[in-house]
Ligand binder design. Sequence first.
Ligand SMILES: Cc1cc2nc3c(=O)[nH]c(=O)nc-3n(C[C@H](O)[C@H](O)[C@H](O)COP(=O)(O)OP(=O)(O)OC[C@H]3O[C@@H](n4cnc5c(N)ncnc54)[C@H](O)[C@@H]3O)c2cc1C
Length: 458
Amino acid sequence: VDLTRRLRAVLGGDAQVNDGPSARSLHARDASFHAPVEPDVVVFPAGVDDVCAVLELADALEVPVTPWGMGTSVEGNAIPVRGGISLSLQRMDAILDVDATSRTARVQAGVTRLALQRRVGPEGLCFPVDPGADASLGGMAATNAAGTTTLRYGKMREQVRGLEVVLAGGRRISTGTAAAKTSAGYDLTSLMVGSEGTLGVIVELVVGLHPIEEASASFRFSVPRLAAAGDAAAAIAGLGLPLLRLELMDAWEVRAVTAFTGLHLAPEPLVLGELAGPRPAVEEALAGLEAVVGELGGRKLAIARDRATQTELWRARHDAYFAELDAAPMRASLSTDVCVPLAALGATLAETRRAIDEAELTGGIVAHAGDGNVHVGLMVDPADADDLARARRLVDRLVEAALARGGTCTGEHGVGIGKRAHLALEHGDSVDLMRAIKRAFDPRGILNPGKVLPEEPT
Ligand SMILES: Cc1cc2nc3c(=O)[nH]c(=O)nc-3n(C[C@H](O)[C@H](O)[C@H](O)COP(=O)(O)OP(=O)(O)OC[C@H]3O[C@@H](n4cnc5c(N)ncnc54)[C@H](O)[C@@H]3O)c2cc1C
């Protein structure tokens, strides 16, 4: 109550401060399986001055602040594990400027990717990072989010040119510029992207936009063996085709979506892709693809050219998450991701499937195959400690296998709570430098404590 009163005293009249049970409960969990923890209070700033005031007060009182975008993260990233303030950027949702010539947009952090797309689409432009959920651009930058089009456009880090950030203590800084490139000093923009709210609160972003392609066509084919499907996808990614997406689902996922959607698919691993560019280039690429799919072990190649048929073709992938939930009623989805070099994709997929089965767990694999990013959706009973323990051991095994192949413990979900120990495995020789960076930005450790960096040795 005292914190709420003090927040109200320093904030502008338009800010909202809510310590009621429903606001606290709504900000206690993200889209992960991690245990919920309620904040003491939720603050909805109306503008940058409010964010500065919250961070100044919180620093003085040493109260934790966990930024909140849309709460769709899947590694517990947005859960306020030490209580304190959940700082929601949802009301800071203005699109401040769209520059069609420079192909940039300046937005407040609470703008969602679909809201931006609705604004820039009529100008023939697109914002290409699509993590599935309608996440906020601040949250997407904070997790360095990616999605199905990453093989063409890159992740959030490749889109973000500049940021306005409020640091612990309330100081406001600008990083980067609106220019397409810069070599001016240490790259604080890239440092902030992927920092998961542990270094500062992003209040504004300048992001790059891309022209909408003239034509597109989609395809899918089955491959009887999972390792061969991964190898086929890796080979296609290397053909130099104008690929926009290249995804893969294992047979468990294909069976789940078939049951959920009624689509007629062979119960085998499935590769799905989209080509986009000038129409002649797309047609030429389709012809090239038809020539190689058989050689790569693929069968039942289906091609869709018009938008409606393409949408139908992609339903298998878009409905995968809901099909998983439908296939395992009363269970929660434990989503985890690793990323490996493309040459290791086939072997990683096969080993992942074997590991799920050996652990006697229920779940399937969906991969952003074009960039070697393997996702496992495990359907666990959150009340069953044994189920959860086996799932956690499986995640450890998948991470160790990915690191052994030159990969990473997370391609896009971030470290959050779930991968803290894995960060030490992956970057043990530089975690001390990461801790020094954290101390430089946030000396009292108030920003999203308990995330990203491994536990300090006692
Ligand atoms: C069905 C489904 C599919 C998904 N698929 C993908 C996928 O393919 N690829 C992918 O990358 N992700 C995926 N995700 C995860 C999720 O959408 C991303 O992590 C997203 O980037 C989170 O954005 P958000 O606005 O929901 O942020 P939140 O979940 O609210 O927050 C995420 C993190 O960012 C911090 N944060 C939020 N806003 C700010 C800010 N303004 N300044 C500083 N820190 C901030 C939070 O403290 C937290 O650490 C999926 C999620 C779901 C539910």
